[in-house]
Design a protein around this ligand. Structure first.
Ligand code: ZN
Ligand code: FE
Length: 255
């Protein structure tokens, strides 16, 4: 049976997630921007927390951890590579490793770029990937600590997952991302239509996450650096997609 997924808005524009396995009763929180909404969601569902998966060290993804642990003890999972900056970990994981949660395997993918030591958690059976601030809906995280080639390599790993994978990212940045995406990929009908859907959702205060990897492959400019029309729009026809990605990221930083 597939894991149940709950999206939890936190702070002003962060998202945390709860994953619940009905068979074993295990429940994982993914990132803890603030404890209150997560404790409330656990209570509403009647779920008992067993794991907390951390994607990266930024405060807006770990700030609520201590308070959540005090209310709901759990095993904390995070990147071995960033153990020095993350809160104390019970399970330290690295690229290519797997661990069992809720009777299914979770694959750890290093997606450094936004930070070094950022990981994504992929559940192949339930077709869910939790990407934090790496791949986002219509965007990707700003490259703060890593390099553009590193972020590009990280996005390529995520892009290679099955298309029907559900992408759970860490922020509600989709509307602004859509505005930028339309400047580099203005003729993309799927993007134009998605931008309208996003505007409608936001007008009602609804989350625009999760998305599917298929949607991202069709509309997210950061995954489409190899696309001929985008390259032509940027005056970079035939360029290496990694360089095109870097140019798109630089433009977004100035947007
Ligand atoms: Zn971050
Ligand atoms: Fe963040």
């Amino acid at each position: 049976m597939a894991l149940q997924l709950l999206t939890i808005p936190c702070l002003s524009d962060n998202y945390a997630y709860l994953l619940h396995d009905p068979a074993s009763g295990e429940t994982a929180a993914v990132d803890v921007p603030e404890a209150g909404p997560m404790i409330k969601a656990l209570e509403n569902k009647g779920w008992t927390l067993s794991h907390i998966l951390l994607t990266h060290h930024h405060w807006d993804h770990i700030e609520g951890l201590e308070k959540l642990l005090a209310a709901a003890p759990a095993q904390v999972v995070g990147a071995m590579a960033d153990a020095g900056r993350l809160p104390p970990l019970d399970i330290a994981v690295s690229e290519g490793e797997s661990f069992i949660f809720g009777g299914e395997e979770c694959h750890v993918i290093d997606v450094s770029g936004h930070t070094v030591g950022h990981v994504a958690y992929h559940f192949p059976l339930s077709k869910i990937v939790l990407t934090g601030d790496s791949l986002m809906a219509l965007g990707c995280g700003r490259v703060f600590e890593g390099t553009f080639p590193q972020m590009w390599a990280s996005l390529c790993k995520l892009a290679a997952l099955p298309e029907d994978t559900i992408v759970c990212s860490g922020h509600e940045y989709t509307q602004a991302n859509a505005k930028f995406a339309l400047t580099v990929d203005p003729g993309n009908l799927a993007l134009i239509s998605r931008a309208k859907t996003v505007d409608a959702a936001r007008a009602k205060g609804l989350p625009t996450v999760p998305s599917t990897l298929k949607e991202e492959l069709e509309t997210n400019p950061f995954l489409r650096a190899g696309n001929a029309k985008i390259q032509a729009n940027l005056g970079m026809s035939g360029a290496d997609p990694g360089e095109v990605f870097a140019e798109i990221r630089r433009r977004k930083d100035r947007f």
